[in-house]
Ligand binder design. Structure first.
Ligand SMILES: *Cc1c(COP(=O)(O)O)cnc(C)c1O
Length: 472
């Protein structure tokens, strides 16, 4: 054994202890550190033929030295995205239990994908059962863990692709996507990851047909969807991507109305409920997710509002048989498909970490009530920020705060350049991300972190207002 490696083995508990101290310090200083530190000045361009500034070490100096180098060079540059005022994208943090579960995931280093060493996938199945219960899904849905909502959407649409093949009497998994001919994927305000998934799956970004939304809304117009489905009558069946929580205004398609269209049209219903599914945890907002169970496939992100560390999402479907047709991985050392296929046959990955453990920990630790409290507090924070920004002269709030996102812009001259300057000026205190809403350059503040409180809302509002007043 390499001498440095052997020395690290001998002092492994000390190394873990030092890493624990570094982690605890990073979390204890979340409130004091800049939410997003300013980028360092760009390094001078390297002279031709010189080695990179930080060459690969020939001989390592051990884990303690690596930790030291990380703490000096990289940790100070990392954002406080685990903290309460990182409101960009839809981010979420990691609850104490989820973090502990994630550490143990790495310590146990399981490849939880097949029956010959099956405890990991049993744990994953138990966690999926809990999640199904959390979101009010019926036992008709099975679920699998994947790395994020993009991969969940991709997996769901891969199952949809196989369903289109079933209707046409072919198997795209066997014959290739080209055997399907042109495909129509209908959606009102799809997330960008849907187009990416269609590209990956060989269906093509151009197969996405945008269906009109309701006036002033991001929710699809069910009558327009009905017409679009009628237009494709006689042709191959379509795929409908319903949106349960859009990123700009957290609008929800009417899932019952969409499902009801199945009486007249043949289509696969995939729902992107990446973070919107969590509305089901709040009795005041659960109606938004009514009808979720009717989806043939369904995407829910866990590294957002469940507050588990990156990267984690779940993919639910009513047609596990088609899922296994797409993702089966026949090999002599793996079990047969059977009625309960091993996870290796159900997702794009073969090997995967025991990703479910962090979710298992946080659900076991805080239960439905604990997670409901997080969701309801974040919703209340979003509403409070929306009201605060709407009161002053600096900002215009562009849409009602339906759930956990505030979509707003400068009241005067909201150019992309001014919005960038505003974001950067406020970034030490609050991080928000740019968007365009109904043609207007805008900003979004998304609440999904378990740490965020009303005090953070006041601090964020103050920072945004100060930055707006100081703009040229
Ligand atoms: C975040 C998000 C995605 C993509 O999620 P990743 O976890 O980044 O892959 C897809 N759809 C919606 C609605 C989202 O909010």
């Amino acid at each position: 054994m390499d001498r440095t490696l052997a020395a690290d083995l001998a002092r492994l508990p000390d190394i873990l202890d030092a890493a624990r101290r570094a982690a605890a310090d990073a979390l204890a200083t979340l409130d004091a550190r800049p939410v997003v530190p300013p980028p360092p000045p760009p390094p001078p361009p390297p002279a031709k033929g010189t080695a990179p500034a930080t060459p690969l070490p020939e001989h390592g100096a051990g884990a303690a030295a690596a930790l030291d180098a990380f703490q000096r060079r990289w940790a100070p540059r990392l954002s406080a995205s685990a903290g309460p005022r990182y409101l960009g994208f839809v981010t979420g943090g990691a609850t104490p239990a989820a973090l502990a579960g994630d550490w143990l995931t790495a310590a146990h280093d399981q490849n939880s994908n097949s029956a010959p060493d099956g405890a990991g996938q049993d744990l994953e199945r138990e966690t999926v059962d809990w999640l199904r219960d959390l979101f009010g899904l019926s036992a008709a849905h099975t679920g699998t863990f994947v790395s994020g909502a993009t991969m969940s959407n991709t997996t769901g649409l891969a199952i949809a692709r196989e369903w289109l093949g079933e209707r046409a009497g072919i198997s795209p998994a066997e014959d290739g996507a080209a055997a399907l001919g042109p495909v129509r994927v209908l959606s009102g305000a799809p997330h960008s990851s849907i187009a990416k998934a269609l590209s990956v799956l060989g269906l093509g970004r151009r197969s996405l047909v945008q269906v009109p939304t309701l006036p002033g809304r991001e929710a699809v117009d069910p009558a327009a969807l009905d017409r679009a489905l009628a237009d494709s009558r006689g042709g191959p069946p379509a795929v409908v991507v319903a949106n349960a929580g859009t990123v700009n205004t957290v609008d929800f398609d009417d899932l019952h109305a969409i499902a009801a269209l199945k009486e007249r049209h043949d289509f696969w219903l995939h729902t992107d409920a990446a973070f919107g599914a969590f509305a089901a945890l709040s009795p005041d907002h659960a109606h938004l997710t009514a009808g979720l169970d009717a989806s043939d496939s369904l995407c829910v992100d866990l590294h957002k509002w469940l507050n588990v560390p990156y990267d984690s999402a779940v993919q639910f479907t009513r047609r596990q048989d088609l899922q296994a047709r797409v993702f089966q991985n026949s090999a002599a050392y793996l079990g047969p498909l059977g009625d309960h296929p091993d996870l290796v046959h159900l997702t794009p990955e073969n090997s995967h970490r025991l990703r479910a453990l962090a979710a298992w920990f946080t659900l076991r630790a805080y239960g439905r009530r604990g997670h409901r409290e997080i969701v309801e507090r974040d919703i209340a924070c979003a509403r409070a920020l929306g009201e605060d920004l709407a009161r002053g002269p600096e900002f215009t709030v562009l849409a009602p705060v339906r759930l956990n996102v505030v979509c707003f812009t400068l009241a005067e001259n909201p150019t992309p350049a001014r919005l960038t300057a505003l974001r950067e000026a406020a970034a030490a205190e609050v991080f928000v991300t740019p968007t365009v809403y109904a043609g207007t350059p805008a900003l979004r503040a998304a609440f999904s972190n378990w740490r965020t409180t009303q005090a953070d809302v006041r601090r964020a509002a103050q920072a945004l207002r100060t930055a707006a007043r100081e703009l040229e």
